[in-house]
Structure formats: structure tokens, C-alpha cells
Design a protein around this ligand. Structure first.
Ligand code: BGC
Length: 395
């Protein structure tokens, strides 16, 4: 397993950014790994910083095999959520549970209602991928009163005491990887610096957007400061660069206006920090519509269309967070809760209220250099890569 530092995320605590970044100095290797992230060594948002690995712990009380588990997921803004829904359905069934999987397609209110209905229905564990992890306090308190353990999936549930565990990939490592990939890609294909870039960040209501953005900017800001990178729009804050709702249409609209506002008269766009694949494809479409060559663009989620784009030499990079891995981890936790067995964690993540025992998996960086070999064998992404002309030509 690679040695690296992970981070205790500091949701909504801008002043604590320096602490966040201090714990966020891992460097990507680009190699395939599905091993869990290592123990965090960073400070937390509280004065009593935690640097230890959580001890194995039991959660809740054992319950009957075959009981129903409630899984509440956000809008399908990227294919990982759709895949997670499928893997939870089939995985819980294979493990002998009933499950109810619901997507909050219309947003926070719908998710609040779905979770309340699951509590009324008597689910034994709640697994929540939040639309907005700060808006579920009442529902989580109700779950606590009903004795229902809560596992936050992919996105943290913030500023609440009523969360038992968090399962995700290492979001700060992802931001680091994106920042470093952008620099690497620029050096490889865009001649000598300075390079013109633009920055995009995720939806402000998603707690993941902050570590993605901050940990990418940890890499990029020094290069902006020393003049290696130019940002012609001047838009670099998380607020200025946000993509509300993670909607590709919002990213495309913003990129269209950046192209017309700042990239006329022969100003070339060399690179774009994009936090995920749907946004990256929208950004590339916008640049192509403006008549410029593809810039170096980062991404995340290893979506099929993006794997094809990377193999074809268009999008520069993505990050694979195989949903079979984190959904399997959640299902194993639920099995342990059902049987009263201790659960193993490998990190603490602060949710603004306390350090939450967490299990963080290691993301895999993917570029054209490793697209044919780095993805987990048999995964959707690996099968998609294998079917491309590029990978066929590589043997
Ligand atoms: C997830 C990403 C995803 C984004 C938009 C984030 O919370 O971590 O994998 O691309 O939501 O759906």
C-alpha cells in the first residue's frame, strides 16, 4: 500500500483551510490500487486534534437477519450514483437483506421525506448519500431516537452528532491528484509556461466539493502565485468557480462565457481544472464550440464516455472510484451491525461536530498512459477501456 497522508475534512470551516491543507500533501502515483487509505495524520477542526486510527467498534444493536436497510441517494448527477444504487440493491440481496433504494431526484425536501418514510417503515440501518449533508439534522435525530444507525456514503453528513460512520474515497487525495495531473498535462502538451487555465469546482451544497477544490488549489495556487499559471478570468475562489447542482449545463454555460469573455483575440486556453467527468465533457464541448484545440482537462468518476475520451486522447485525466468497492464496504459494515460484530475503520473525518469513524478507499488516477491497464479487472470502466480502438491497438 502506498504511504500517504489523508485528511480530516473541515466542512464549512474556511479558516481551518490551512489545517486541512496541512494534512493533504499526498502525491498521486498514478498506479492502480484498491487498498484502503492510510490513517490520517492531520489536525481536525477542533482544538483537540485527533491523529489516531479509530479502534474497531460495534455500532447499534444486533437485529434479525433479512431485515430491511434504507438507502437514500442524491440526484443522478454522475453515473457513480446510478451504479451505487444497482450495487446496493444486488449486494444487499446477496447478503440476505431486504433493501429500499431511493434517489432524491428533486432535491433536499424529497430526500428529507424519503428518509422519514424509511424510518417509519422500520429500516434497521440508514445509508445516506446526501443531496446536502447539512440539511438532514431533523431526520438524523429521528433516526437516532428510533435506534437506527446511520452510515454516510460518499458525502459527509455535516454538523450533526447523529452519524455513526462514513464510507468514501479519500476526497483530498482526489483534489491533489487533479491539481497535479493538470500541471503534468500542461507540461507534456502545451509548450512552455505560462499557461492559461480556468478553474471549476463542484456544487456548493455537496460537502465533497470543498476538499476536492481546496486540495486541488493546494497544488495550483503556488503556481498561480509564481506566474507559471495564469487565470485570465481571475475567477479562482470556490464561490466564483462553483457549479450549482453539479449540472453539466451550468458548467457549459460558464465555460461559454469564459471563452467569449477572455479567450478572444488569440488567447489560448491551455487547461481546465474540472472536478468530475460530466463537467469535463461539457467544458471540452464548450472549448470545441469556440474553435480552440482541446485543453488539458481533469475529471473524476471514470465514466464510460470519459474513458473513451481519454483513450482517444481528448480528456486528459479522470479518477476511478469504483462503486463496487465502497458499496461492498458499506454492506460489510451493515452485516457487522446486524451481527453485533466490531467494525474496522481506517480514518477519522471531522463533520463540523465531531470526528466520525470512517473508512476511506484509495482512488485510482487514469490517463491515456494507463487507461488500458490501471482499472480494476472486470469493472465497467475496465471493460469500456478494453473495447476502445486505443486499448485494442495496445494489445
Ligand atoms: C461525488 C462525485 C460525483 C459528484 C457529482 C460527488 O459528491 O463524490 O463522485 O461526481 O458528487 O455527482
Amino acid at each position: 500500500m502506498k504511504s500517504k497522508k489523508t485528511v480530516t475534512a473541515l466542512f464549512g470551516l474556511g479558516a481551518a483551510c490551512a489545517l486541512l491543507l496541512a494534512g493533504c500533501s499526498s502525491s498521486p502515483s498514478g498506479s492502480a490500487s484498491t487498498t484502503p487509505a492510510s490513517t490520517p495524520t492531520s489536525a481536525t477542526s477542533t482544538p483537540s486534534a485527533s491523529s489516531s486510527t479509530p479502534p474497531p467498534a460495534t455500532i447499534g444493536t444486533p437485529f434479525a437477519a433479512g431485515a430491511t436497510i434504507g438507502i437514500s441517494l442524491p440526484q443522478k448527477t454522475s453515473t457513480n450514483w446510478v451504479q451505487a444504487g444497482q450495487y446496493f440493491t444486488t449486494g444487499f440481496q446477496a447478503a440476505g437483506f431486504q433493501s429500499v433504494v431511493e434517489f432524491a431526484d428533486s432535491g433536499v425536501t424529497e430526500q428529507q421525506q424519503q428518509i422519514e418514510a424509511m424510518i417509519q417503515q422500520g429500516v434497521k440501518v440508514l445509508v445516506i448519500g446526501a443531496v446536502d449533508g447539512s440539511q438532514l439534522g431533523t431526520q438524523l435525530a429521528d433516526a437516532k431516537s428510533a435506534g437506527i444507525p446511520v452510515i454516510a456514503y460518499d458525502r459527509m453528513l455535516t454538523n450533526t452528532p447523529d452519524i455513526d460512520a462514513y464510507v468514501s474515497f479519500d476526497n483530498c487525495q482526489i483534489g491533489n491528484m487533479q491539481g497535479q495531473a493538470l500541471l503534468r498535462g500542461l507540461a507534456a502538451s502545451q509548450g512552455s509556461s505560462p499557461w492559461n487555465i480556468e478553474v471549476f469546482s463542484g456544487s456548493p451544497d455537496d460537502s465533497n466539493s470543498t476538499p476536492f477544490y481546496q486540495c486541488a488549489m493546494q497544488v495550483l495556487q503556488p503556481k498561480i502565485d509564481d506566474g507559471t499559471l495564469k487565470v485570465p478570468s481571475g475567477q479562482t475562489s470556490q464561490q466564483q468557480t462553483a457549479t450549482q447542482g453539479w449540472l453539466a449545463s451550468n458548467a457549459q454555460t460558464r465555460m461559454d462565457s469564459l471563452m467569449s469573455g477572455y479567450y478572444g483575440n488569440g488567447t489560448k486556453i491551455n487547461g481546465v481544472l474540472s472536478p468530475n467527468d460530466p463537467l469535463a465533457r461539457a467544458i471540452l464541448a464548450s472549448v470545441e464550440a469556440a474553435g480552440q484545440a482541446d485543453p488539458v482537462v481533469t475529471g473524476m468518476d471514470a465514466e464510460d464516455l470519459t474513458i473513451q475520451s481519454i483513450a482517444a486522447g481528448q480528456q486528459y485525466q479522470t479518477i476511478d472510484k469504483d462503486p463496487t468497492l465502497d458499496t461492498t464496504e458499506v454492506i460489510q459494515m451493515v452485516q457487522a451491525i446486524q451481527q453485533g460484530q466490531p467494525i474496522t475503520f481506517n480514518a477519522y473525518q471531522n463533520n463540523g461536530d465531531h470526528d466520525v469513524p470512517s473508512y476511506l478507499l484509495t482512488p485510482i488516477e487514469v490517463t491515456q498512459a494507463n487507461v488500458c491497464t490501471a482499472l480494476p479487472a472486470g469493472s465497467d470502466a475496465a471493460n469500456t477501456a478494453a473495447a476502445t480502438d486505443f486499448c485494442k491497438s495496445q494489445g
